[in-house]
Design a protein around this ligand. Sequence first.
Ligand SMILES: [Zn+2]
Length: 376
Amino acid sequence: MSERFHELDPDGDVFLVLHDPQEGFALWDDSQEHLPPVPPSPVLEHRVSQPESVRLDSPDYRDQPISAEESNAREQTITLPRDESPSFAEEVLMPLAEKGEIQIRVSSNHLALASTYFERMLRGNWKEGHALRSDGHVGLDVGEWDHEAFLILMNVIHGRTRAVPQSISLELLAKIAVLVDYYKCEEVIRVFLEMWISQLKENLPETYSRDLILWICISWVFRLSKQFTIATNIALQQSRGPIQTLGLPIPARVAEIIDQQRQESIDRIVEALHNLFIYFSHQNMCSPECSSMLLGAFTKEMDSRSLSSPRPKKPFLGISFAETARSIRDMQLPVWCYHRPQRYSCSFDPRIFPIVGSRSMKGPKGLTLDLSLVED
Ligand SMILES: [Zn+2]
């Protein structure tokens, strides 16, 4: 059998035509990433935080019916000859193949059982369903998908488990996640998913990157709450602006919340620093000289981090929470005088450290997956 033709069911009544993707998958665009306004500080080490509940009230997009227009956007019915000889596929369909196409013979029963999308298309009142019922078979141009990912999904749907790899790359899993989201067939893939994920989970990236976005997509589509919280936490801490969703099925609301929380966390730090500045401007230390010296040093440290004037404001493009917090922890503030009898030094440190060290200022948490986080 040619690798351009795959017969997953010899009695299959659906002939899928699949084209090579013309564009790369989930392309990362460096020009969309915001550069830091000053040379970047070393990135804060990632710490896994407890999830914070995020409430999103929109209806679950998964329950929304798929319109016929939506269907027509990708699939096209292919007119097949009525005479289906035993060599129909090789003799008739194969020569029709253009470069970059593959054809897959599959079963409408399997497709409809596994996928809500195909169920509606082939069992409902769509033209594809009518063609199938009147002719006994239907050809379907499913458009451009990654061939390997599509074949794995079709093999899973048809119970051809020996043809399904035991381990796959993150890239391939993300491609499968896109298909599962599109065809609404999460249930059928789950048994393989656990096996694949168990081999990938050690590789969750610790920095904001394209791989991290792939993980957000995978954990969202497959409802992996732990991985979703960890991955979104890293994005919240380390992104310097709105995250790139790379055309993946990541709800716009998820990206919005990540950026909102990034901005709010940075805003809390900047607000606390400016309140501290006002406090020290009016607070006398042990002497006027001491107060002036400490306030001067503090102002200098703020200036060198572009935190004082102009005061950074939302949307804080180019600024990440992790870099900001790290930069403040690294402030060099002098111990101006030591009071031996009372055993204390005049210093701002005890008031500055809590800004980035306290529980409320530790920064954004990852998003919680359950109930919320739906497409609007
Ligand atoms: Zn003093």
